[in-house]
Ligand binder design. Structure first.
Ligand SMILES: O=P(O)(O)OC[C@H]1O[C@H](OP(=O)(O)OP(=O)(O)O)[C@H](O)[C@@H]1O
Ligand code: HPA
Ligand SMILES: [Mg+2]
Length: 179
């Protein structure tokens, strides 16, 4: 897999450092509360696990599966709900965990879904933010790293369902998806 990567942006160690930093910030910010963590499948699974191990707080965890890239490098523009949230979110303080905010469409969809369900408060935590990709004006509250406007893979992020298990985040060689 390494041969398909143009440039490593964030190493295993740098990502671990970011997860630790954010987990500690959350521990501080949620002291005395019991938030519900919602992880956005599939991409956020690695980051969720690493942040939660550093989050010292009573919290329950649920998952939602939404999809809009369908394995490709461009957003389809439409977010499909593949698996819904099973926890009652009414009145809950939610921490949403994402791997990347790119166009912002997935996050906008999720925030609307959580508001419709009666969430009390919604905070967003993402490993990567790609501000140049935005088509929707929306921001995360906790960000690991800003990434350039390139298609990145690894540590949960896929191309064609592959590369999620790379331990680092890197730019995928365009030759891989242009062939
Ligand atoms: O800001 P956006 O442009 O909406 O992009 C961000 C979303 O896109 C990816 O999900 P994808 O649809 O690829 O599903 P996956 O996590 O299962 O790969 C990623 O995991 C984010 O959830
Ligand atoms: O750059 C990206 N890589 C992988 N998945 C993504 N989903 C949105 N942007 C990206
Ligand atoms: Mg994807």
């Amino acid at each position: 897999m390494d041969n398909d990567i143009e440039k490593v942006l964030y190493s295993r160690e740098e990502i671990a450092g970011a997860a630790k930093r954010i987990g500690k910030e959350l521990t501080h910010d949620y002291e005395g509360r019991q938030p519900l963590v919602i992880s956005v499948l599939k991409g956020a699974i690695f980051f969720t696990v690493d942040v939660l191990k550093e989050f010292d707080c009573y919290t329950d965890i649920d998952f939602v599966d939404v999809s809009s890239y369908h394995g490709g490098t461009e957003s389809s523009g439409k977010v499909d709900l593949v698996r819904e949230i099973n926890t009652d979110i009414k009145g809950r303080d939610i921490i949403l965990i994402e791997d990347i905010i790119d166009t912002g469409r997935t996050l906008e969809y999720m925030v609307n879904l959580l508001k419709q369900g009666g969430a009390n408060d919604i905070k967003v935590c993402t490993l990567l933010d790609k501000p140049e990709g935005r088509v929707v004006d929306i921001k995360a509250n906790y960000v690991g790293f800003n990434v350039p406007n390139e298609f990145v893979v690894g540590y949960g992020l896929d191309y064609n369902e592959l590369y999620r298990n790379l331990p680092y985040v890197g730019i995928l060689k365009p030759a891989v998806y242009q062939k």
